[in-house]
Design a protein around this ligand. Structure first.
Ligand SMILES: Nc1nc2c(c(=O)[nH]1)N[C@H]1C(S)=C(S)[C@@H](COP(=O)(O)OP(=O)(O)OC[C@H]3O[C@@H](n4cnc5c(=O)[nH]c(N)nc54)[C@H](O)[C@@H]3O)O[C@H]1N2
Ligand SMILES: Nc1nc2c(c(=O)[nH]1)N[C@H]1C(S)=C(S)[C@@H](COP(=O)(O)OP(=O)(O)OC[C@H]3O[C@@H](n4cnc5c(=O)[nH]c(N)nc54)[C@H](O)[C@@H]3O)O[C@H]1N2
Ligand code: SF4
Ligand SMILES: [Mo]
Length: 723
């Protein structure tokens, strides 16, 4: 049993010396190129391409490499009431093997679940999925992308047959005439991409932004549709209705490349503009204007992001916008198309390579016999031993502690105690687990609840690939050694597999894992076979599908055919819309949640970054002055917000940019201002996406709360404490 981390030098034939100090940002799906420089004062990043900027999260990303509170050793808890204490790798691994072994022996293989993340590289995501299914033998493996991309993925797959976030490269954006963006706040969430939108505008293009808030993006838009949260499907169907009635349909395209218009038209006839205005709050004249702009343009692009997707009708919302793109014929041809903004660095790759409970690597269904046979053969197990579909992210958390449910959980790359909906329930569930293992760089709120925490290397200390928002594979280079005592996630998986009895099949060398991914995805919808580290190092721009070594990959999808069995895109009549919780006298407002520019996700990383914390030190509620005044909540004053699940206390920020019946709270904080204490875990029936973006809420002024005890203090491990 190793007492210190061991580097496993894999024998990858294609390994070359890393060149230069170029890599990619550890955060969002844009994967901006960056350069890492080590100065006497510490590490610092610079844009990797002088033409391409970084957002402030990117600029400050290196600070965390040198943080003195990063995890440098495993931590273990001797029993549930004990505090975490530092431990050796040997002891931690022994404890994991014993605890998981006991759970599996007592309750069966499905008693252990695995929760992964979209920030993991392709190699890590693939190996974690394989670890769950082969070593643990559990069907229950899912990831935080279920909370992110799953509604868009499900809708696009249904309609177009193949889900890749953007079906075209970013550089196509300036060439399109009209852009519709629904529920995407790109000026805050992916700032460098705005250059393409700006260029499109300079060429005479126009933007239509659908958002309940006049975000900094909506402010620059030519048309802002201030939608009531939860009603995108009705808005999109209203636009389809207008397209049909006012002659904007591209009949030739519809005839040749789509199927199912008749049924769609029938349903669309019920979405006349006045009705849509009453549902969505968007005035008829604006709806008409939007339909006219999109209809008249020769080219247009339609995008959604989490605003329209994170809802219990998220799939229907996205299908509504897909229907619109299809009737107008603004898809499947140059400088047109439908796209979704993949949020996390590798939200795209992680969902294709086996971190979803219903999928095998390469974007193949886990129920597909042929795929099962191929993957089982590659993994060296009988097909019958390969688990079938397991529980999705929320169901997995919800299943903890139930009679047949999950008793042990392995978390790598997610901070669910902060980011999952209805967090009081989640925290309780995590506390009730018989065994929780968390792999992270920091003691996140989730790690603080763990029985064992393993310290992972950060982005600049490991090698791997990420699949960005365009479906392009980028190489993350190892530019630094991890601090002593810290292992890469792949080394950790290798070790976990080993102590659980698997000596082979879990290499810690990323290039070796990549070679297996190439084989695992060969011939599959998300085909990575033609992508090699060598090609990426040479600077080739490679998109999936990339079926052969000489192949450039497919930068633009659907130009000749859609990827459905018939080659035609499918219309899906959309009938359901509206939030699960309708405002009433007790909960008269609609709460929506989302992001601010300075913080990332659950905040584990950005709340530890000095400049970002100074920019946005605390959570807040954005509310309209009219609403605030009528309730007696001053700008900067404290507000108590409550929903059917819990309450928070935050300061109020008055803003005329939000609809009067809507509240907005960012979700990057824990404790008293944690947005997810409020959110509704109602799921979309198809995508299993929770309704993060809308629930009924009430608000009142409150006194300044007692300084909430920071969760880091509540449960702080004490150095050297053994009991
Ligand atoms: N700064 C920053 N950038 C990030 C992240 C981060 O945490 N911080 N995270 C990354 C990740 S993982 C993701 S998924 C992306 C998310 O990127 P976005 O989807 O752009 O971000 P959100 O703030 O979640 O939601 C976008 C907008 O949806 C609006 N909205 C709310 N309800 C509705 C509705 O019912 N309909 C419509 N049409 N709009 C609605 C909100 O007002 C908000 O402005 O950002 C990525 N980039
Ligand atoms: N209310 C509300 N809740 C939301 C959303 C919302 O809009 N509103 N958005 C949802 C969305 S879109 C998302 S994507 C989720 C994201 O929420 P989370 O899944 O919590 O994502 P992160 O905060 O990025 O958590 C990643 C954790 O893993 C660690 N980590 C990062 N990279 C690695 C790695 O490579 N290896 C290891 N071992 N650890 C790593 C980080 O330190 C951090 O603690 O939140 C969802 N929750
Ligand atoms: S936009 Fe995304 S990838 Fe680019 S620097 Fe910012 S966080 Fe990093
Ligand atoms: Mo996300």
């Amino acid at each position: 049993m190793p007492e210190s981390p061991i580097l496993f030098a894999g024998s990858c034939a294609l390994r070359e010396e890393a060149k230069g100090s170029l890599t990619h940002c550890p955060y969002c799906g844009l994967q901006c190129p960056m350069e890492l420089v080590t100065l006497p004062s510490g590490s610092q990043v610079f844009p990797g391409d002088p033409e391409w900027g970084l957002c402030r999260k990117g600029w400050t990303a290196a600070e965390l490499l040198d943080r003195n509170d990063r995890l440098l050793t495993p931590w273990v808890r001797d029993h549930k009431r004990a505090k975490l204490r530092p431990a050796s790798w040997g002891e931690a691994l022994r404890k994991i093997a014993e605890s998981l072994g006991k759970l599996r022996a007592t309750y069966g293989l499905s008693a252990v679940g695995v929760f992964g993340g979209g920030s993991l590289t392709n190699e890590k995501a693939y190996l974690l999925g394989k670890f769950a299914r082969v070593v643990l033998g559990t069907p229950h493996v899912d990831y935080n992308g279920r909370f992110c991309m799953s509604s868009a993925a499900a809708a696009i797959t249904r309609s177009l047959g193949l889900d890749r976030g953007l079906p075209f490269p970013l550089e196509d954006i300036p060439q399109t005439e009209v852009i519709l963006l629904a529920g995407a706040n790109l000026a805050e969430t992916m700032p460098p991409v705005m250059r393409y939108f700006q260029r499109q505008k300079e060429r005479g293009g126009r933007w239509i932004v659908v958002d309940p808030r006049k975000t900094s993006l909506a402010e620059k838009a030519d048309l802002h549709l201030a939608i009531t949260p939860g009603t995108d499907a009705a808005l999109a169907m209203g636009l389809v209705h207008l397209a049909l009635r006012e002659g904007w349909v591209d009949w030739e395209f519809v005839r040749e490349r789509t199927e199912g218009l008749q049924e769609l038209a029938l349903v669309a006839s019920q979405f006349w503009p006045e009705r849509v205005e009453s549902i969505t709050g968007v005035p008829v004249f604006r709806l008409r204007e939007a339909a006219r702009w999109l209809g008249r343009a020769k080219t247009a692009m339609i995008f959604t992001a989490r605003g329209a997707e994170q809802q219990a009708h998220g799939v229907e919302n996205v299908l509504g916008y897909l229907n619109l793109a299809l009737v107008l014929g603004k898809i499947g041809r140059p400088f047109c198309g439908f796209g979704t903004w993949t949020g996390q660095g590798n939200g795209q790759g992680a969902r294709e390579l086996g971190l979803k409970c219903d999928q095998l690597p390469g974007y193949r269904s886990i129920q597909d016999r042929k795929a099962r046979q191929e993957i089982a053969a590659l993994w060296g197990i009988p097909e019958t031993a390969l688990p079938r579909e397991g529980l999705s992210a929320w169901e997995l958390l919800d299943g903890i502690g139930t009679r047949e449910g999950i008793r042990g959980l392995v978390v790598m790359g997610s901070n669910i105690a902060v980011s999952a909906p209805y967090s009081s329930r989640v925290i309780q569930a995590l506390e009730s687990l018989e065994f929780l293992l968390v792999v992270d760089f920091f003691l996140s709120e989730t790690a603080l609840l763990a029985d064992v925490v393993l310290p992972a290397a950060q982005w600049a200390e490991e090698e791997g690939t990420m699949t960005n928002v365009e479906g392009r594979v980028v190489l993350r280079q190892k530019l630094k050694k991890p601090p002593p005592g810290v292992c890469t996630d792949l080394e950790i998986l290798h070790q976990l597999a080993r102590v659980l009895g698997w000596k082979e099949g879990f290499p810690s060398d990323p290039c070796e894992v990549w070679e297996e991914i190439r084989r695992a995805t060969r011939g599959a919808p998300a085909d990575y076979y033609g992508v090699t580290y060598e090609r990426l190092r040479r600077g080739e721009r490679l998109f999936w599908p990339c079926p052969q070594l000489g192949h450039p990959g497919k930068a633009r999808l659907f130009l000749d055919r859609f990827e459905t069995p018939t080659g035609k895109a499918r219309f899906f009549p959309v009938r359901n819309f509206g939030p699960v919780e309708i405002p009433d006298s007790q909960y008269p407002l609609l709460l929506t949640t989302g992001r601010v520019g300075a913080h990332y996700q659950s905040g584990t990383q950005t709340r530890r970054t000095r400049e970002l914390l100074e920019a946005e030190p605390e959570p807040f509620v954005e509310m309209h002055p009219a609403t605030a005044r009528s309730l007696g909540i001053p700008h900067g004053g404290w507000a108590r917000i409550w929903t059917r699940r819990g309450e928070i206390r935050v300061r109020a920020r008055w803003s005329r940019r939000i609809l009067p019946h809507v509240l907005f709270v960012p979700f990057h904080w824990s404790g008293l201002g944690q947005a997810n204490r409020l959110t509704n875990p109602a799921l979309d029936p198809v995508s299993k996406m929770p309704e993060f973006k809308v629930c009924a809420a009430a608000v009142e002024p409150c006194s300044c709360p007692q300084e909430p005890e920071s969760p880091d203090k509540q449960n702080c491990p004490e150095e050297g404490v053994t009991e």
